[in-house]
Design a protein around this ligand. Structure first.
Ligand code: SF4
Length: 163
């Protein structure tokens, strides 16, 4: 197949996670065998170093469900309170450019991350999850790219391969 799938680099074993670790998803890697992959780490693409301070999306009126960085309802803040929203948005825009130029129509991104999270992201205290998308996921979805997370990707991947 000539179809390309965009994937969070940490799922493929890249040591790009905030703490310098990886989030290798072996089942996903096996399911993607034979598929051309576009590996992305939106936080690194946004200019952030690895390792970097851990961050999460914080609503300006508290960490409410569904708040969005793109419409100004929320900021991406490090655990020390620094606002890194610009880097997260920049990384998301670069990821979108790459999705468009490569023709990837499906993105499988790391769950719960403030950039790659899809459907759920960490709460302000990092202890729980709330409804919402990471900044990159929101940017890709707004542009019509199908985004799923690395837990619930099976149906979307099967359909994409068959299309
Ligand atoms: Fe990079 Fe996304 Fe993985 Fe975070 S979740 S390390 S931004 S690819």
């Amino acid at each position: 197949s000539d179809k390309k799938v965009m994937v969070s680099a940490c799922l493929l074993g890249e040591q790009c996670r905030f703490d310098g670790g990886t989030c290798t998803n072996q089942e996903l890697k096996e399911d993607l065998e034979g598929v051309e992959l576009i590996s992305v780490c939106p936080e690194e693409m946004g200019g952030l170093a690895t390792p970097r301070p851990r961050a999460r999306i914080v609503g300006k009126d508290g960490s409410a469900d569904g708040v969005d960085v793109l419409n100004g309802e929320a900021d991406v803040l490090t655990h020390e309170g620094n606002d890194v929203s610009d880097a997260y948005i920049r990384g998301g825009m670069k990821t979108l450019d790459l999705a468009k130029s490569s023709g990837a129509g499906l993105a499988i991104l790391k769950s719960n991350s403030p950039s790659c999270g899809c459907g759920k992201v960490f709460t302000e205290d990092f202890q729980n999850l709330r409804e919402g998308d990471g900044t990159t996921t929101a940017i890709l979805k707004n542009a019509g790219i199908h985004v799923v997370n690395d837990v619930d990707y099976h149906e979307a991947l099967d359909q994409y391969k068959e299309k």
